[in-house]
Design a protein around this ligand. Structure first.
Ligand code: XBP
Ligand code: MG
Length: 252
């Protein structure tokens, strides 16, 4: 049997609740800048989250939700520009400290480092969003904690395709059976398990009702001592927080 060597962390929804108060707000700010009267409210955004990737989500919205919208001749560059503006707004929100880490994330990252596990980020979002989030929450040095940041458009298919996890395994030179993934959504879980990686899911308000039948364990958060997780599916034995000891048990 393989030994656990690395933890692969998703970013959006897993490390931080970025979607509702971060990405969604930034999209709306970009729409206002562009003179568009589109408003992605909290409920609508939940429906749009079925499509991962900001540019892909914009295209889906235009094509499926705005049949009356007179599309520009060059839809690709229109979407690219709108998304660039959205990224600028998102980075500004991070700089203001608008998005904290989820409970237990900093604790688990430090525990994993102290235990000699390798760390990587495997995400759909834009690379600069990852470094800005890590920098604004854990300090600039934390970027060096990760052996790899696999992000954005570097692979042909975004989650739920397994491409980004295959990319990460290749670049880390690890086998799927030497890693655990941490995800928050059905698309993320399909991506990680599609690459053969055992996965623990920490749900959030947008993803709680999704199908996580492929997950090793499903909890509502990583938890902190004295404020542990709620077990949603799987076997946690006596554990109340997700720490390295717990992850090793899931892994074996
Ligand atoms: C994250 C996403 C991203 C973010 C926005 O999915 O779907 O699209 O919503 O990021 P996951 P960008 O957590 O499964 O990786 O706008 O930078 O694409
Ligand atoms: Mg996610």
């Amino acid at each position: 049997m393989s030994k656990l060597k690395a933890l692969l962390f998703d970013i959006d929804g897993t490390i931080a609740d970025t979607e509702r108060d971060g990405h969604r707000v930034a999209f709306n700010q970009a729409f206002a800048d562009a003179g568009l009267d589109w408003d992605w409210d909290v409920a609508l955004y939940g429906q749009l989250l079925t499509v991962s990737g900001g540019k892909e989500r914009l295209r889906y919205f235009i094509e499926q939700w705005k049949p009356g919208f007179e599309q520009p001749d060059d839809l690709d560059s229109f979407i690219r520009e709108l998304h660039r503006a959205k990224t600028r707004h998102y980075l500004a929100l991070l700089e203001q400290g608008a998005i904290p880490l989820r409970p237990g994330v900093e604790r688990l990252l430090k525990d994993a480092r102290a235990s000699g596990l390798r760390l990587a980020i495997v995400t759909t979002t834009t690379p600069e969003n990852v470094t800005a989030l890590l920098g604004s929450t854990l300090g600039a040095d934390s970027i060096g904690w990760f052996d790899l940041i696999a992000a954005g458009d570097i692979v042909p298919g975004k989650k739920p395709a397994p491409d980004i996890y295959h990319y990460a395994l290749d670049h880390l030179d690890l086998k799927a059976t030497e890693c655990l993934a941490l995800e928050d959504s059905d698309n993320g879980l399909l991506s990680s398990t599609g690459a053969g990686i055992k996965t623990i899911v920490t749900v959030n308000d947008y993803t709680r009702q999704q199908n996580f039948s492929g997950a090793a364990v499903v909890v509502d958060q990583l938890g902190e001592p004295g404020a542990g997780f709620e077990l949603i599916a799987g076997d946690a034995s006596e554990a109340t927080i997700v720490d390295v000891a717990f992850l090793r048990r899931i892994f074996s």
